[in-house]
Design a protein around this ligand. Structure first.
Ligand code: GLN
Length: 484
């Protein structure tokens, strides 16, 4: 039986209960058994993983093991990996083998971690259900008829199904927190700029942020210790010093004040999920935290503002995929016009095209002021709401999603319904704030997630809040059955 958490793997490796090669092999065997159904991985890097594991074992035997040495992880296929296909879930990049390594994956390699493979995702990270992947949908291990969430659905499902100890993801408007909620995991979207974007295929550059998926806040802290930090190669990377994310975990919560934004406890929130959140509030109260109702009045404007800003940024970011500079090229083009047109028509899926159209429209000369500028003004109002509220409280507690995982196919015919799924995750993204998602109950056998939003660069405090909760609850310890 595979260990669950990174912490368990670290101690197992240290105490020589197993080698990195053995545990890597166990994960690869499990991936081979379960991936055909779950579709979590686009690429399985078996040879790379085994050779990295052997090197990790050699380092350990030589007394040179750093903390994550030999720990098997998976990476969202949005991170460029040198010599390993990086598709971003798109036909456009189906054959793209990057000539360089993203900062995030490079840091994990330098920390001695093992790469099991690249995980499935919505095309160019656009989606909330992983149904927009060119490589087919991912299935939620808790109920394979349901979506794992998106866009980092492959990473979330892989961790939940025990196909890797933990994984990386990216979050532009909720793509770490929402799949973490649907799959019963702990996922952190760091402050914008905390984790380098170098080598992360861009969707909406002012929002994109990498972060960890793990089973526990403690594991997420271990991953953040590797991922976080200034990168001189990313001009939007934050210069602020990082913290030791594990050392704050043990702090008691006495004297903490947590805000409950009333707009998040609205009719959009399913009643059973609200009950689970009320139980979580009681746990925090028993740990010494106090609660206070707060208001974020512009919350309802966040989805419309996001669905102007994100498509606008994606329309410019994705212009490079023209079959000449980057990406899929059509066969036998008649002329240059035909080359562009057919390469892009064939390479992109429907949702990506929809967003390029929306974004191009919103940025066009006659409409820029009416849409893009307005959306940016709303973004500022949303940020101001958070900034003044977070002056009064240490963090905010709220739902991550309106309901638990929905059925595959349930929302695909109505993009607006799909966009509304993001109502509770998008506001923190627009404000650039860190937010931690973690499991806080079950509804009909499906995990329920809650979200803790903090002030800028308070990841350590959020992980502290998550860890203390997990010391007193066991939602995070449950696993889907998967024929075992
Ligand atoms: N669901 C949102 C979207 O489709 C968020 C995606 C993300 O965070 N990458 O844009």
């Amino acid at each position: 039986m595979l260990p669950h958490t990174i912490s368990e793997i670290i101690s197992g490796l240290r105490d020589k209960q197993f080698s990195s090669r053995e545990i890597t092999q166990d994960y690869l065997t499990r991936i081979k058994r379960l991936n055909p159904e779950l579709n979590c991985f686009i690429t399985i890097t078996e040879d790379l993983a085994l050779s990295q594991a052997e090197q990790a074992d050699a380092r350990r035997n030589a007394g040179e093991a750093s903390i994550l040495n030999g720990v098997p992880l998976a990476h969202k296929d949005v991170f460029c990996t040198e010599g390993v296909t990086t598709t971003c879930g798109s036909r456009m990049l189906e054959k793209f083998v990057p000539p360089y390594e993203s900062t995030v994956t490079r840091k994990f390699m330098e920390a001695g971690a093992v790469t099991l493979g690249k995980t499935n995702m919505d095309e160019f990270a656009m989606g909330s259900s992983n149904e927009n992947s060119y490589f087919g949908p991912v299935r939620n291990p808790w109920d394979t008829e349901r979506a794992p969430g998106g866009s980092s659905g492959g990473s979330a499902a892989a961790v939940a199904a025990g196909l890797c100890a933990a994984a990386t993801g990216t979050d532009t408007g909720g793509s770490i927190r929402q799949p973490a909620a649907f799959c019963g995991l702990t996922g952190l979207k760091p402050t914008y700029g905390r984790v380098s974007r170098l080598g992360m295929v861009a969707f909406a550059s002012s929002l994109d942020q990498g972060g960890p998926f793990a089973r526990t806040a403690e594991d997420a802290a271990l991953l953040m210790n590797v991922m976080a930090g200034h990168d001189p190669m990313d001009s939007t990377s934050a210069q602020n010093p990082t913290e030791d994310y594990t050392s704050a975990l043990a702090q008691p919560l006495t004297g903490f004040t947590i805000g409950l934004p009333k707009e998040y406890f609205s009719s959009q929130l399913n009643a059973e999920l609200e009950k689970a959140l009320q139980e979580a509030i009681k746990v925090y109260e028993s740990l010494g935290a106090s609660f206070k109702e707060v208001s974020l009045p512009h919350t309802e404007l966040s989805v419309p503002a996001y669905y102007v800003i994100a498509p606008a940024e994606c329309s410019t970011n994705l212009s490079r995929f023209d079959g000449v500079r980057y990406g899929h090229r059509c066969e036998n083009p008649k002329d240059l016009e035909d080359l562009y047109q057919r390469s892009r028509s064939e390479g992109f899926g429907d949702e990506v095209k929809r967003r390029i159209l929306i974004g191009t429209y919103a940025l066009s000369a006659g409409y820029y002021d009416a849409y893009y500028r307005q959306a940016q003004k709303i973004r500022r109002l949303i940020k101001n709401d958070f900034v003044s509220t977070l002056n009064e409280v240490d963090a905010l507690l709220c739902p991550t999603t309106p309901d638990v995982a929905f059925k595959l196919g349930e929302k695909t015919s109505d993009p607006v319904q799909m966009y509304l799924e993001d109502i509770f995750t998008i506001p923190a993204s627009l404000a650039g704030l860190p937010a931690l998602g973690l499991p806080c109950g079950f509804k009909g056998g499906l995990p329920v997630g809650m979200q803790l939003i903090g002030n800028y660069f308070t990841e350590a405090r959020l992980l502290n809040l998550g860890h203390q909760y997990q010391l007193n609850t066991d939602w995070h310890k449950r696993s889907p059955a998967l024929g075992e």
